[in-house]
Ligand binder design. Structure first.
Ligand code: CP3
Length: 341
């Protein structure tokens, strides 16, 4: 069974001898060959040049026998295409060109020609798809409207989301107009990804937990559901959310095929309760990859054993891999999963 078939079978919750495996934010800074390329090109140059984006996408697959590849890009290409560009702070984190606080600013975002503006993504996906030749699954992705709005309203990475919370309270219509605009362009963007050969799409609601539980349906889930319904029956959608133990039943009702959860959730227990509605992805703690290889093996085996015979599990970390993770630990992790019996 090749990686693509294994991945797609897990997304249909079919039982398998071992789960498919890929690693979130796998093209990250932990790989020396990625850092070498970054000496020569900026992050954006790599994202916007299809040949370079292909190279970075395939780097982890050249080292490890992964079952799927995730496009090298960023969720922030959507705000940029709307006219609000992003950059990196010297001290770490994201800096947007400005922050959005008024209805006029939302109306000024230019949602026309998204697929033309992001044509470099289609170019990269076509090259990657050719290289994978149907042997490995290819994942496209994008941010949830809510998670993208955190960057757009805060003007970058934030610790307390104070501007967003104030806007939600004082002018919810403006926030909803923004979420609406992001939803519309995201649907066009994902259509383009599908036409360019992706096998599945992952929506990152990484900042789900910044939305108060009683507002989550109105400000995040309803927009995600619109995107999911649009693609229903055509392509599996994976929804990643972090720190969401208080809203698991809501997430199950999103209609996605696969929920990607962090390490605070007991995956086997979750699968027992909701396994008839959704498959799961995850959820090893990425911190483990900074520790000893033996511990990586032990914890990976614990997770594999707990999910044995359950089906519908895509093995992954509970969040993106850190730049400090060691290549040796990744080797041990992938070997443990792919040789599991
Ligand atoms: O494996 C991959 O490379 C997949 C591509 C990918 C990236 N970002 C590349 C990237 C994906 C799926 C993302 C998603 C993304 N981007 C999310 C959602 C996932 C998550 O982490 O919860 C978010 C919130 C972003 C926004 C973003 N982009 C952040 C917060 C950062 C880190 C900034 C910092 O200073 O730490 C980025 C940069 C980024 N995106 C890198 C990569 C490989 C690191 C760039 C570098 O320094 O070389």
């Amino acid at each position: 069974m090749n990686g693509r078939d294994r991945f797609l079978a897990a997304c249909r919750c079919e039982p398998l001898d071992r789960p498919p495996v890929w690693i979130m934010r796998q093209a990250g800074r932990y790989l020396p060959e990625y850092r070498a390329l970054k000496e020569k090109y900026s992050f954006k140059e790599m994202v916007e040049t299809p040949e370079l984006a292909r190279e970075v996408t395939l780097q982890p697959l050249k080292r490890f026998p992964l079952d799927a590849a995730i496009l090298f890009s960023d969720i922030l290409v959507i705000p940029e295409a709307l006219g609000q560009s992003y950059d990196f702070r010297e001290t770490g984190g994201i800096e947007m060109a400005y922050s959005i606080s008024t209805r006029d600013q939302v109306d000024a975002l230019d949602s026309s020609g998204i697929t033309e503006k992001l044509g470099y993504v289609a170019g990269a996906l076509k090259l990657i798809s050719e290289s994978l030749a149907g042997e490995k699954a290819l994942l496209g992705f994008g941010g949830s409207p809510w998670t993208l709005s955190t960057y757009m309203v805060e003007g970058g990475s934030s610790k307390d989301f104070s501007k967003l919370k104030a806007l939600m309270k004082e002018d919810p219509e403006t926030l909803m107009a923004l979420l609406e605009k992001i939803t519309e362009v995201t649907i066009d963007y994902f259509e383009m990804q599908v036409a360019s050969g992706v096998d599945a799409i992952q929506i990152f609601d990484s900042w789900a937990a910044a939305c108060p539980l009683e507002k989550y349906e109105a400000f995040s889930l309803s927009y995600i559901r619109r995107i999911v319904n649009h693609f229903k029956g055509r392509i599996p959608i994976i929804l990643y959310a972090k720190g969401v133990t208080d809203r698991l039943p809501l997430l199950v009702e999103s209609g996605v095929q696969v929920l990607s959860l962090d390490w605070t959730v007991d995956l086997a227990g979750f699968k027992k309760e909701w396994g008839d509605k959704v498959c799961v992805q995850g959820n090893l703690n990425p911190d483990l990859l900074n520790g000893s290889p033996e511990n990586v093996r032990i914890e990976a085996l614990k997770l594999l054993d707990s999910m044995k015979g359950v089906g519908g599990h895509v093995f992954n970390l509970g969040h993106g891999i850190q730049p400090t993770a060691t290549v040796e630990n990744m080797e041990v992790l992938i070997k443990t999963v792919t040789e599991y019996k």
